[in-house]
Design a binder for this molecule. Structure first.
Ligand code: ZN
Ligand code: ZN
Length: 365
């Protein structure tokens, strides 16, 4: 435990709440090259800049994006930023604010807020001007480019959201929700969710079913418990891709009475994209969420006039809309709560595809 005793006191005065005397706890910190485990090191209290807030975190979700922060690949930069605290699904309370946060954005100390994937966007690029700041070409990512939410301490955030105990919505949920909404789906049609039992997948089943009125076929595999899990989330049909083997395409077409109208590919594996091209029907829409180094075969796109899209998490508006469905109780995230020092094990389980629903760290213990 450390205290930020080196800071001159005049720096604290402009904040609405003083932060003197606050103690930082342990931070899960990446301090070695990609592929090495987190270390648990004492943290430090940071003073918020004019556009930032200090938040005392209670919980942080653990996302597959955090595997990249530790082990490289995906959206992680070629040269890892070290030291780095990962995590981007934090929920906590505002302790102190920089001046602009209250003046221009209406936040107050004591509010429960979320710390999500994206911390900074430029506001001036083509994507930002189009209201799609989730595609900002110079965005900064929490837990990748700047300190994240795996810590028993305060973190700075540039903007925040209402909603307690909704960590997984801040990344997994909004990713699922925005991806389906972008497909402009027609109720009653078939949506296939490939990689359905994970954090994004189980929420995708719920949004597709409960918000958009779609019929849902869930694909996952490797664990017999996943069928009951997906059906409990609302899936009408389930296909175990391991059991189905080469019959996967045939089985999906049969169960969807001719093919999928919409496909969410959440698994970053090439075989999922190959299969999606084949089990879609004419003019279906495919949303690539789990990208990895995959490609979409062109032949079925031409043959069936498919629409292929991709989507990066969601905008702030998408997050706020997704949170509303949680606030109303319509969407419920399945959570397994762990302690901060379980983080390396949690990431290994995620990497191995062994998690149903979401893992969330309780940062208060
Ligand atoms: Zn994430
Ligand atoms: Zn931008």
């Amino acid at each position: 435990m450390t205290r930020d005793e080196g800071e001159p006191s005049h720096k604290v005065a402009p904040f609405q709440n003083g932060i003197q005397g606050l103690e930082a706890g342990l931070c899960a910190t990446l301090d070695r090259p990609y592929g090495n485990a987190y270390s648990f090191l004492p943290g430090k209290i940071h003073h918020p800049g004019p556009d930032e807030a200090l938040v005392r975190l209670d919980y942080s979700g653990v996302c597959h994006g955090d595997v990249y922060g530790r082990d490289g690949g995906g959206p992680a930069p070629a040269q890892p930023q070290r030291p780095l605290i990962g995590g981007h699904e934090g929920v906590g309370m505002i302790i102190a604010l920089g001046g602009n946060m209250s003046k221009h954005l209406g936040f107050e100390p004591g509010q429960t807020v979320g710390v999500a994937w994206r911390s900074n966007v430029c506001g001036t690029c083509d994507a930002c001007r189009a209201g799609a700041e989730n595609h900002c070409s110079s965005q900064k990512i929490v837990g990748m480019h700047r300190p994240g939410t795996f810590q028993h301490q305060l973190v700075r955030i540039p903007h925040s959201l209402n909603g307690a105990a909704t960590c997984p919505i801040l990344c997994a949920g909004v990713t699922a929700f925005a991806a389906i909404r972008m497909l402009e789906p027609e109720a009653g049609k078939w949506c296939v969710v490939a990689g359905a039992a994970g954090g994004v997948g189980h929420l995708a089943i719920q949004y597709a079913k409960k918000v958009f009125g779609l019929r849902v076929l869930a694909i996952d595999g490797g664990n017999p418990g996943k069928e009951a899990f997906c059906k409990n989330e609302g899936a009408d049909e389930y296909v175990d891709f391991v059991d189905a083997g080469e019959d996967l395409v045939h089985i999906v077409r049969e169960k969807t009475q001719g093919g999928a109208d919409y496909v969410l590919v959440l698994s970053p594996v090439q075989s999922a994209y190959n299969a999606a091209g084949e089990f879609t029907r004419f003019r279906a829409k495919v949303m690539a969420v789990g990208i990895g180094n995959c490609h979409m075969p062109l032949r079925p796109i031409l043959r069936k006039d498919l629409t292929i899209r991709s989507h990066e998490t969601g905008t702030k508006k998408d997050i706020e809309d997704a949170l509303q469905y949680s606030a109303s109780g319509l969407i419920r995230c399945r959570i397994e709560v762990l302690k901060l020092n379980d983080l390396n094990k949690a990431l290994d389980r995620l990497k191995g595809g062994q998690v149903q629903g979401k893992l969330v760290l309780d940062l208060r213990s």
